[in-house]
Design a protein around this ligand. Structure first.
Ligand code: GLC
Length: 417
C-alpha cells in the first residue's frame, strides 16, 4: 500500500513538473515579419531538435505590451520568450517578470554597449538582449524632388514645409489624395517618439541632464506649434494625423505614392522596396530635418528579447535567444526585414555593406532615448494626452506643455516619496 502511494505521488509530481511540448515565442509585427520568424524557427528546430510555437501578437507597441502583461500577471508559462519595446522593458524588469540571462552564458560583447547599459541591465542582471535597434528617419520621393527642381531632401523643417507646399499643390492637380508630409501623431507611444525628435531638433527635450522634467520650455512650445501648423496652417499633413496616424497608416500613404515625405522607422524601407510597391525605386531615406541653429535628432527605439520569469523551459529559451541574436540571424534580420541589428559586428560585415540601412549606423549610435525613469509609462501617458491635444488644436501648445509639466512633476514626486 505504501509503495502504491509513493508511486502515485511520484506520478503526480512528475506529471505536474512535466514541461509543455513546445517552446513558445511571442512577437508582433507585419505579415513579412511573421514569415521571417516562421522560417527562422524552422532553421532553429532543424539545428537543435527543439520545436517552437510562434505566438503572433499585434503590430502596435501598446497592444503588444498588453498581450504580454496578461500572460505575466497570470503567471502563465507561455510565452517563454518575449520581445519587448525599449520603452517598457524597464517596467517588466522592475515587476520581476524577467529571468537574469547572465546565468545562461549569453555573451553580449558583440552588441552596442550603450544600448545594453541603457535598456538591458537591471540590478546588475541581464534582462534582455537587443534584437534590433530603431531610429526615426525621413523617407523622401527622389523622383518628385527632381521633377520639381530640388537638389535633395530638406535640411531644415522650414525647407521641408516649403518643398512640401510647393510639390503638394502641383501633384494635387492629378492626385487629390497627395500629401506633403506624413508622420505619427495619433495618441500612442509613437507620438512621444515623433515629438522627441521635433523637440530635440529645436534645442528642447523631455528631461534635463539632472533628470528633472523640462517639458514646458520655449523650444518645445515652438516645436509643438510647428507640428500643429503642419496640419492646421501649412496643410501639408492630413487632418487625421492626430486621430489615426501610427506607423502602418503613415507607411501606406507614402507606399501608395500619396506623400512626398514620410517619418518612419527603418522597417518601412523593405516594404517600399517590394516589386508591387508603387514607390519602389522612387524614394530614398536619410536623417530627419532640424530647426535652424540646431541638430537633427532621431528617437531611439528597438526591441529586446527576454525570458519570462514563469517559463518552464528556460534552458531551451536561452538557446533560442542565442540563435536569434547570432551573427547569422541578425544578418538575415537586416537583409530580409530591414531591421538594424543590435550587434555591432554586422555593420562591418560584407553583407551589411551592400545594405543601404547599414549606412545609417551613425544615426543609430547617436539616437536620443526616451526618459529612462522608472515611472516612464506614466510619463508617456501624460505626454501622449497633452501632445495630442496640442495637435488637435484643442489646447494651445504652451498650455498643453505646462499641464504636462505639472502632471509629470507630480508623478515624479509621488514616485520619490
Ligand atoms: C517602434 C520602436 C519602438 C517605439 C514604437 C512606437 O516599434 O522600435 O521603440 O516605442 O515604434 O510606436
Amino acid at each position: 500500500m505504501i509503495r502504491i502511494c509513493i508511486l502515485i505521488l511520484a506520478f503526480i509530481l512528475t506529471g505536474c513538473s512535466s514541461k509543455k511540448p513546445e517552446l513558445t515565442f511571442m512577437i508582433g509585427g507585419t505579415a513579412n515579419e511573421f514569415s521571417f520568424w516562421e522560417k527562422t524557427i524552422a532553421d532553429f528546430t532543424e539545428k537543435t531538435g527543439i520545436s517552437v510555437e510562434l505566438l503572433r501578437s499585434a503590430t502596435q507597441t501598446e497592444q503588444r505590451k498588453q498581450q504580454i502583461l496578461i500572460a505575466l500577471r497570470g503567471k502563465q508559462p507561455d510565452p517563454d520568450i518575449v520581445v519587448m519595446d525599449i520603452a517598457w522593458i524597464g517596467q517588466m524588469a522592475r515587476s520581476g517578470w524577467l529571468k537574469d540571462l547572465f546565468q545562461y552564458q549569453i555573451d553580449t560583447s558583440a552588441f552596442f554597449s550603450n544600448i545594453i547599459t541603457l535598456a538591458d541591465i537591471y540590478n546588475s542582471g541581464l534582462i534582455g538582449v537587443p534584437l534590433y535597434v530603431d531610429a526615426g528617419i525621413l523617407y523622401y520621393r527622389t523622383d518628385l524632388l527632381a521633377k520639381y527642381g530640388y537638389d535633395g531632401p530638406p535640411d531644415t523643417w522650414d525647407a521641408l514645409v516649403s518643398m512640401a507646399k510647393d510639390i503638394q499643390e502641383k501633384e494635387r492637380v492629378q492626385n487629390p489624395d497627395f500629401w506633403g508630409f506624413v508622420w505619427q501623431g495619433a495618441q500612442y507611444e509613437g507620438l512621444v517618439c515623433t515629438a522627441l525628435e521635433f523637440f530635440v531638433s529645436a534645442g528642447g527635450g523631455f528631461f534635463d541632464s539632472k533628470g528633472n522634467p523640462r517639458i514646458n520650455s520655449r523650444a518645445n512650445t515652438a516645436a509643438l506649434g510647428f507640428m500643429r501648423d503642419c496640419i492646421h496652417t501649412y496643410g501639408i499633413s492630413p487632418p487625421n494625423t492626430y486621430t489615426d496616424m501610427k506607423e502602418e497608416e503613415v507607411r501606406l500613404v507614402f507606399h501608395n505614392s500619396n506623400a512626398l515625405f514620410e517619418r518612419n522607422w527603418p522597417y518601412a524601407a523593405k516594404l517600399h522596396d517590394t516589386p508591387e510597391a508603387p514607390v519602389n525605386g522612387k524614394y530614398a531615406f536619410g536623417v530627419l530635418p532640424h530647426f535652424k541653429g540646431h541638430l537633427s535628432a532621431s528617437a531611439l527605439g528597438g526591441w529586446h528579447a527576454g525570458i519570462s520569469a514563469y517559463s518552464d523551459r528556460t534552458e531551451d529559451a536561452a538557446e533560442f535567444i542565442k540563435f536569434i541574436t547570432s551573427r547569422k540571424v541578425q544578418q538575415e534580420l537586416l537583409t530580409e526585414l530591414g531591421h538594424n541589428p543590435g550587434r555591432k559586428d554586422i555593420y562591418s560585415g560584407a553583407g551589411a555593406k551592400t545594405e543601404r540601412l547599414a549606412s545609417l549606423k551613425d544615426i543609430f549610435s547617436s539616437a536620443v532615448p526616451r526618459p529612462t525613469v522608472p515611472y516612464y509609462s506614466q510619463v508617456s501617458q501624460v505626454l501622449q494626452k497633452y501632445l495630442n491635444a496640442g495637435l488637435a488644436n484643442s489646447m494651445e501648445p504652451s498650455r498643453a506643455l505646462s499641464e504636462a509639466q505639472k502632471e509629470i512633476e507630480r508623478i515624479k514626486q509621488d514616485y520619490e516619496n
